[in-house]
Design a protein around this ligand. Structure first.
Ligand code: AHR
Length: 499
């Protein structure tokens, strides 16, 4: 490791998350009036506390697929006047009890900023620009005065906005071709920035890299929008449906390839347009997702048109947490271009946090790598020169047993190494040359491991898979050594020793 091998400064928004009007994410997740911990707005304080502990800097809202049929005007104003709507994205009933203002208030209580998505499925330029006016304009105009009349004198000052969601997908309400979407996104972006030139905009990239139209979609969309947007989005979810752990653990190699391909496409369009601006990437949906996914159905086997049914509630294992750890390492390895990322999602639906209705909230295995990265992965990310034994794999030829990245926070004089041992056989000895950072010592070596890699946390046993600080890392004369247990997530925390 060398302190000068810098990939880039880590934008805190790399540790963002996502809450959609999906299943029990909002209703029964963050919002449950009548719950013993509910505050005066109906938000669960126990959930807020866990979210604050995670230090989530930004939360994408309100979708996802949901946003493509959502009219934001349904969710503002007196609650008793808000319509109940059929949400055809998830076949549920939307009561609109929680809308933009409530969510902004929840995010404030969670210590996060909001990344607001506009509807470009059934929505248009007008609904998008009026939402910017409603949220960000100080007052004296139709929509800003409406916000004030609704009890919010101060503008919400929402900085980051998504121009729709997964518009390349046939499942998306109002699905479009790349040209149709690109043109609409461009005109919408212009109008939104005319209302508030300080906002940042995310154009929709492909829903995942296996889409037949990937990366032509990105190229076409950016041809239309490059000058007017700041980010292009990426989404991906991995699974171990084939029960092939070696391949599952290596899926971050696919994520790495995906990021490189999108960066290349952005830079190609930049060259074509002779543009100065470098586009950034917003990996605004990423996670492991499959335990709750029905093989052949669009929607889970829940009765349609319920309010907040339990949809896509994952129960994550240790191996899922290792994949999430590798995905976080991959994001950090691209911190120069990926400046926003959102773990999808945050509560109940595809989430690291679950709630029992009327009961407690609890943390899944995947909560821990996310917590550690958000807490300790600050400053600059460093490009480690890693040499590691590899294992053969059908999908990826050969896969390094060690996946690792380092972050150096010079202000707080903290150095952290995040490392996953993918070995199913046994521990991996780690040797590191850290002579370029003087005066640091190991503060803590956190390990997440379990003898059973299918182990998971449940409401009955919420602490079954928990990190411990009994790792054996030591740093002497610039030499780091540690033993990384079989199938483990490791956080080696170092700090400059007091003189
Ligand atoms: O996060 C769940 C869904 O996955 C989102 O609504 C959609 O954008 C993606 O396909």
């Amino acid at each position: 490791m060398d302190r000068d091998f810098r990939i880039g400064q880590i934008d805190p928004r790399l540790y963002g998350s996502f809450i959609e009007h999906l299943g029990r994410a909002v209703y029964g997740g963050i919002y449950e009036p009548g719950h013993p911990t509910a505050d005066e707005m109906g938000f669960r304080r126990d959930v807020l506390e866990i979210v604050r502990e995670l230090g989530v800097p930004i939360v994408r809202y309100p979708g996802g697929n949901f946003v493509s049929g959502y009219d934001w005007r349904d969710g503002v104003g007196p609650k008793e006047e808000r319509p109940r709507r059929l949400d055809i994205a998830w076949m549920t009933l939307e009561t609109n009890e929680v809308g933009t203002n409530e969510f902004v208030e929840w995010a404030k209580r969670a210590g996060a900023e909001v990344n607001l998505a506009v509807n470009l499925g059934t929505g248009d330029i007008d609904t998008a620009r009026s939402l910017v006016e409603y949220c960000n304009h100080p007052g004296g105009s139709l929509y800003s005065d409406l916000r004030i009349a609704h009890g919010y004198r101060e503008p919400h000052k929402i900085r980051t906005w998504c121009l729709g969601n997964e518009m390349d997908g046939r499942w998306q309400i109002g699905h479009k071709t790349a040209d149709e979407y690109g043109r609409l996104a461009c005109q919408t972006a212009i109008a939104m920035k005319w209302v508030d030139p300080s906002i940042e905009l995310v154009a929709c990239g492909s829903s995942h890299s296996r889409m037949p139209s990937f990366a032509q979609w990105e190229a076409t969309v950016l041809d239309h929008t490059y000058e007017y947007v700041d980010y292009i989005s990426l989404h991906t979810y991995y699974n171990n449906r084939a029960d092939d752990l070696g391949t599952f653990l290596a899926e971050s190699l696919d994520m790495d390839e995906f990021i490189r391909a999108v960066v290349a496409t952005c830079d190609h369009i930049r060259a074509k347009k002779r543009a100065k601006k470098k586009l950034h990437l917003s990996f605004d949906e990423w996670n492991v997702w499959y335990h709750s996914f029905p093989e052949s159905q669009r929607i889970q086997k829940e009765e349609p048109w319920q309010v907040g049914p339990p949809l896509y509630e994952e129960s994550y294992t240790l191996e899922d947490a290792l994949v999430v750890g590798c995905m976080l390492i991959t994001l950090l390895k691209h911190a120069d271009r990926v400046t926003i990322a959102c773990l999808a999602q945050l509560v109940n639906a595809i989430a690291p946090i679950s709630t029992v209705t009327g009961g407690p909230a609890w943390k899944h295995t995947t909560y821990y790598p996310y917590l550690h990265a958000s807490r300790y992965g600050r400053g600059a990310s460093l490009d480690l020169q890693v040499s590691s034994p590899e294992y053969p794999n059908k999908k990826y030829d050969s896969v390094p047993l060690l996946d690792a990245v380092a972050t150096l926070d010079e202000e707080r004089e903290q150095l952290t190494i995040f490392a996953v041992n993918r070995s199913q056989e046994g521990p991996l000895p780690l040797e590191g040359d850290l002579r370029s950072v003087e005066g640091y010592q190991v503060v803590e070596h956190i390990v997440l491991e379990h003898e059973d890699h299918k182990a998971r946390n449940t409401p009955e046993r919420p602490d079954e898979v928990m990190p411990h600080s009994r790792g054996d890392a030591s740093l002497r004369h610039g030499r780091l050594s540690a033993s990384l247990p079989r199938l483990s997530w490791n956080v080696i925390r170092m700090a400059r020793a007091a003189e």
